[in-house]
Design a binder for this molecule. Structure first.
Ligand code: ZN
Length: 155
């Protein structure tokens, strides 16, 4: 397969694929019919995106989800503890303890927040974490390296 490079039409931004030996030639754009010059784009414009900015955003969102669920669980635990003990005094102490426990409970999800299969790890953690095996399983899974970590390789 010949090595093709991509550039964009200067008029309509239509992506164009061409052989690098054609660089500098004027061709009519297949999309808008205007003459456009084929050019080899700077490295940054190649298919490969900046991996940092791509991976950080979802992992922060995942962390946010885990913390929200942990806080909700802590509130539920606190509420039920207060209802059962029949005294509002304990609330101040019960809530931080519940919050710490639920964050500990979600350690596998926090570890796996950067993973492609975060949702699966999180579900296992949430649904089976109370069985110790489920918790350990989720943690081990979260530590397993992603198969395609570091972006898809260009062949
Ligand atoms: Zn065009």
């Amino acid at each position: 397969m010949p090595f093709l490079v991509k550039c964009k039409c200067q008029h309509c931004n239509q992506p164009l694929e061409f052989d690098p030996t054609q660089a500098g030639e004027m061709i009519p754009c297949p999309s808008c019919q205007m003459d456009t010059m084929l050019f080899v784009p700077p490295k940054a414009d190649f298919g490969r995106r900046n991996p940092k900015s791509d991976e950080d955003a979802p992992s922060k969102k995942n962390l946010g989800i885990v913390f929200c669920v942990a806080v909700v669980l802590a509130i539920i635990a606190t509420a039920s503890a207060v209802v059962e003990s029949d005294s509002g005094v304990a609330l101040i102490f019960v809530f931080p303890i519940s919050l710490c426990s639920s964050i500990l409970y979600f350690i596998p999800s926090l570890v796996g927040s950067k993973k492609n299969n975060f949702t699966a790890i999180f579900m296992l953690n949430l649904l089976a974490g109370w069985t110790f095996i489920g918790w350990v399983g989720a943690l081990v899974w979260a530590c397993v390296k992603d198969k395609n970590e570091g972006g898809t390789s260009v062949k």
